[in-house]
Every structure is written in structure tokens, then in C-alpha cells.
Design a protein around this ligand. Structure first.
Ligand SMILES: *Cc1c(COP(=O)(O)O)cnc(C)c1O
Length: 313
């Protein structure tokens, strides 16, 4: 994401429209580049950035729309591309959770001028660590190669016109990645099975909002299986997570919104801004195990444990 933001030429004075509800990575890259993230609230229907609110956040300083696909459903990119072209904005796409996902029949990671993938272990395919930047613009690709490799120059290697990073991927990781790629379809299929199984097993569980499964533009890829605990439930998400932990069932909280991040508050960003849907997702959400190593029996065990906790109150 650092490379994508740099290669897009985003810097001081630029605004980047992006979701309030996301992992910190894209916002961190924008802030480190000296630019300003401008946040958009989420949609309860998809848990993604509410595309209908993007235009109200565009100003003369806006340089890019940074899209982050969250958890299962992708952002409706047809609409985003239309807005971007109308306002002459760059699109950067964080497809870290979307290997193998599509919007209509076009793959995620193909929509941005620059799109990024993560190969962290909990993604659909992994290299242990690392990631990938993709673009079909040859000039941007050259810039990305430079930023990845300290901006060494082919002719005068140790003379630098710009500052880059050492974000080189090792050959060993790349080899793992290629082997993983062969398994992508199988992993996507298994994630679907896990998601569908949870949906079925939890369909009669009170107090829960199950994740959005389908939109007009896509079906969920179930990167994680997140649920919302209803407001009127007497157990908080933290209580439920504690009770599951007592049964040795791991959970994770949802992302914490960018406008509430202490690190950004300390920098004077997002003062007194509120994004009610993003806040609600963060406050009420948790995700239950959905790793590729889970057996059907384990999924049933987790679903039963969740169900028993919810009916006990
Ligand atoms: C996992 C993730 C990242 C971070 O990827 P790393 O490889 O850990 O840097 C960035 N964006 C999104 C949306 C993610 O889910």
C-alpha cells in the first residue's frame, strides 16, 4: 500500500477518500505519504464503504478513491469507477481479502489503477508474509519496481532521485506463493462451504445478525465469518468472546474505525467526526473461526457453542 500510494503520486495537500471501517494499513500509508484520508461511513448491507456517500466527500483537493473490500462482499466497483471517471480521480484498490473474488464477472484486483493483495497467513492464499501490487499501466509498474527496491537506478545504481523501500519479496516466499496459487480455487470453494455451513447452523440463533451474503454485484467470499450482536442482547460481544474462549474457541474483534484511532487523533485528524455505521460494526461485531484447516465437525462445534451462549440469555 505504501508503494501504491507513492506510485499514484499522492502526497502533501492531497485528499484520499476511503472507508472509516478498515484495517489501518491503507490509512497509515496515506498519512505517511503526507496526504489526508477523508472518510466515508459503511453500509450495513455490505459492511463496505457506502458508495452512495463517496461523492459528498470529494473536494478540489481529492486525488484518489481508495477502495477496501471488507470481509466477504466486494465494493460495487462499477459505481466507484463511474464516480472516479466523472471527477477524474485515481482508484486504488485494496484487494487483500479478495483473492478469487469477482464483481459481476471481473476479478477483484483488476479495478484500481493500482491494486494490492496481501499474502498474510489468514488470507485465501499466503506466502507466510508479503504482498503484491498489480497494475496494467507500464509507467506505474516501473515506479512500483523502483519503490520496492530502494529506488536504485539501472544506470547509476547508488544515485537516488527518490526514496523507496526494501519491500522485495524473497524467492522462497514467491515459490510458496506459486504453489498456493494452484490451490486458490480449492481454498475459495472451502471458504464458501464453511460460510454456508455456519449460515445454516446459526440461522435459528437469536440475538445475532449474520454476515451479508449476497448483493446485486457479488456473492460473499467469506474471508472471515463475522457476526453482529444485536443491540438488545444482554451479552456484549466481549462477553460472548470470553465465553467462547473458555471453551477454547478463538475469536477476533472487528476492525476499529479510523476516526477513533488514537494514533490519528493525536495527529489532529478526524476531530469530532462520527461515522455511526462504522462505529456500530466495530462495537457489535466479532468473528468466529473460519480457517481452511477447520473440519466440518469443528464448525458444528463452534456453531453449537455460539448458539448455546445466545439462547442462554
Ligand atoms: C490483511 C489486510 C491488509 C494488510 O496486509 P499485510 O500483508 O498484513 O500488510 C491490508 N488491507 C486489508 C484489507 C487486509 O485485510
Amino acid at each position: 500500500m505504501d508503494i501504491a500510494v507513492a506510485a499514484a503520486g499522492i502526497g502533501p495537500g492531497d485528499e484520499v477518500v476511503m472507508p472509516a471501517f478498515t484495517i489501518i494499513s491503507p490509512a497509515a500509508s496515506v498519512v505517511r505519504a503526507g496526504a489526508t484520508p477523508v472518510l466515508v461511513d459503511s453500509s450495513l448491507d455490505t459492511w463496505n464503504m457506502d458508495v452512495a456517500q463517496i461523492e459528498s466527500r470529494i473536494t478540489p483537493a481529492t486525488k484518489a478513491i481508495l477502495v477496501v473490500h471488507i470481509y466477504g462482499l466486494p465494493v460495487d466497483m462499477t459505481k466507484v469507477l463511474e464516480i472516479a471517471s466523472r471527477h477524474n480521480l485515481i482508484v486504488i484498490e485494496d484487494a487483500a481479502e479478495m483473492h478469487g473474488q469477482f464483481v459481476h464477472d471481473r476479478p477483484c484486483g483488476s479495478f484500481g489503477l493500482i491494486s494490492t493483495f496481501s499474502f498474510y497467513p489468514n488470507k485465501h492464499i499466503t506466502c507466510g508474509e508479503g504482498g503484491m501490487v498489480v497494475t496494467d499501466d507500464e509507467t506505474i509498474a516501473e515506479k512500483c519496481r523502483g519503490y520496492r527496491n530502494l529506488c536504485f537506478q539501472p544506470q547509476r545504481r547508488f544515485v537516488h532521485e527518490e526514496l523507496g523501500w526494501n519491500y522485495r519479496m524473497t524467492n522462497m516466499q514467491a515459490a510458496v506463493g506459486l504453489a498456493q496459487l494452484e490451490k486458490l480455487d480449492a481454498h475459495v470453494l472451502r471458504k464458501h462451504q464453511i460460510g454456508e455451513r455456519y449460515l445454516e447452523r446459526l440461522s435459528r440463533t437469536p440475538g445475532l445478525v449474520l454476515p451479508p451474503v449476497e448483493a446485486e454485484h457479488a456473492k460473499s467470499i467469506f474471508w472471515v465469518f463475522g457476526v453482529l450482536v444485536k443491540d438488545d442482547c444482554s451479552l456484549s460481544p466481549a462477553d460472548i468472546m470470553t465465553r467462547l474462549a473458555e471453551q477454547k474457541i478463538g475469536t477476533r474483534p472487528f476492525f476499529f474505525p479510523m476516526h477513533q484511532q488514537p494514533v490519528f487523533k493525536k495527529q489532529g485528524l478526524f476531530q469530532s467526526e462520527t461515522y455511526p455505521v462504522a462505529e456500530k460494526l466495530a462495537e457489535r461485531g466479532l468473528y468466529i473461526p473460519s480457517g481452511l484447516g477447520l473440519s466440518d465437525e469443528e464448525i458444528d462445534l463452534v456453531a453449537e457453542a455460539v448458539h448455546d451462549i445466545m439462547v442462554s440469555v
